[in-house]
Ligand binder design. Structure first.
Ligand code: IMP
Length: 429
């Protein structure tokens, strides 16, 4: 029996919510280990639709949710999200939610900096969610961040606010944005303290115990490998490491605890925000994929860019992300297309690449080489066995396995949780 880590293998929004929800029902503990409330997971349980950004998905299945130290937590956003799900009938208390005491906090000034910097970038915008994720991680590595446990020590908060404001107010003033006042920030944090501190604990101890007891742990990744701050399409990335290795460091466990790594990939590609997207389709087919796939961001509401499946990128994500099996989602969106394309390489300045190079100029210049496949006329929607799939759809999946060098261990054929073909149980390792 293994623990399981779920990560996105493309640019996010691969349908992790459904897969994580499906796996969460078979785990005891669900851990978020990176990112913040920039993520968006939609879960449909009975007649309720939960939209989660920061809370671990397992909470809606009655599991223990843990927010690990690798996450950045906006306490106001956390309390608002708790209030939202409580209005839907779910109870969130320190009984079912624990937060690492050493987690970094997102303050209102981080969102302000994020948005002011984006505005100043003009045409070179990254398209961030504007929620302060990047600035909070910057403060963490700069060793001036306020962490959850600090809220129990007002004098620590005061000292850190001095350092934070010296840095950020200078920048905000330079950008022509309103600056922050220390007393107001301090008062707001002290008002939040009694509401969030009851959730704080050294989660590494609890997780270590769980690991030794053989309790099943599910590590819930946010964003995806191509948005990883090191391995993604830098600088058009998020500010955390999204690869599976982060599940260990981001929750306070050793690498052996992570277990099986499941990468989620859509049967085509999408991306929100700016940045290179070699297989992007700006024609009617791209429009069709977006319409059929309901490709609108959960957090931003922005329409997602759509394109063909990029086997070069997913293969790269498999390697750097440590992915051992792929959960392929939204195959049904391709139903009825006469012809499909899979990217198998890039032409850059006359040279053929089987990987995406790191330099932004080369990434922007990458022209995809496609393998063309015949589509299928039947429906894959709701299929629960390989036998129910059109032969050509099976061929498409098999080709994805060959090109990405990873087995498809799970195939999701509709938004319904049970419309899933399981090839291999990830918890069996
Ligand atoms: P940030 O994470 O808000 O700094 O945004 C950086 C980039 O990551 C932008 O292109 C966002 O659109 C993208 N991004 C962040 N979170 C998600 C997500 O959950 N799904 C898809 N894209 C995301």
């Amino acid at each position: 029996m293994a623990n399981v880590a779920v990560i996105g293998a493309q640019w996010g929004d691969e349908g992790k919510g459904k897969v994580v929800d499906w796996l969460a029902s078979r785990a005891e503990i669900v851990v978020r280990f990176q990112g913040g409330h920039n993520a968006g997971h939609t879960l449909v349980v009975g007649n309720q639709t939960y939209k989660l950004s920061l809370l671990p998905s397992g909470l809606v299945r009655g599991k223990l949710g843990i927010i690990g130290n690798g996450v950045v937590v906006d306490p106001e956003a956390l309390l608002a999200e708790i209030a939202r799900v409580e209005a839907q009938g779910l109870r969130v208390t320190p009984e079912n939610l624990r937060i690492a005491e050493n987690v970094t906090l997102i303050l209102p000034l981080h969102g302000a900096i994020d948005r002011a910097r984006e505005a100043a970038r003009g045409a070179r915008q990254i398209g961030t969610t504007g929620r302060g994720i990047g600035p909070a991680y910057e403060d963490k590595v700069a060793r001036r961040a306020i962490r959850l446990a600090d809220l129990a020590e007002p004098e620590t908060v005061v000292a850190k606010l001095d350092e934070l404001l010296l840095h950020h107010n200078t920048l905000l003033a330079g950008l022509g944005a309103p600056v922050f006042e220390k007393q107001a920030l301090f008062d707001a944090l002290m008002a939040l303290a009694p509401k969030v501190l009851p959730f704080a604990e050294p989660v590494w101890e609890r997780l270590d115990q769980a690991r030794r007891d053989g309790t099943r742990i599910l590590f819930e990744g946010a964003q995806a490998v191509m948005l990883d701050v090191d391995h993604g399409t830098y600088p058009f990335v998020t500010s955390s490491n999204t690869v599976a290795a982060t599940a260990a460091a981001g929750s306070g466990l050793g690498p052996a605890a992570v277990g099986f790594v499941l990468g989620i990939a859509k049967a085509y590609s999408t991306r929100v925000g700016a940045g290179p997207f070699p297989t992007e389709l700006t024609d009617a087919t791209g429009q069709l994929l977006g319409d059929r796939g309901h490709e609108f961001g959960t957090v931003t509401g922005r329409r997602r860019r759509c394109g063909w499946f990029d086997a070069v990128l997913v293969r790269q994500a498999v390697k750097v992300g440590g992915i051992q099996g792929i959960a392929l989602t939204k195959l049904d969106v391709l139903d009825g297309l006469p012809e499909l394309r899979i990217c198998t390489g890039y032409r850059i300045g006359g040279e053929l690449f089987r990987r995406l190079p790191a330099a932004p100029g080369a990434q922007a210049a990458a022209v995809p080489e496609y393998e063309v496949m015949e589509g299928w006329s039947g429906s894959t929607q709701g299929a629960r066995s390989w036998a129910e799939l059109p032969a050509q759809a099976v061929k498409y999946v098999r080709r994805i396995e060959e090109l990405t060098e990873a087995p498809v261990t799970l195939l999701s054929t509709s938004p319904e949780r049970d419309d899933t073909i399981l090839v291999r149980d990830p918890f069996e390792g």
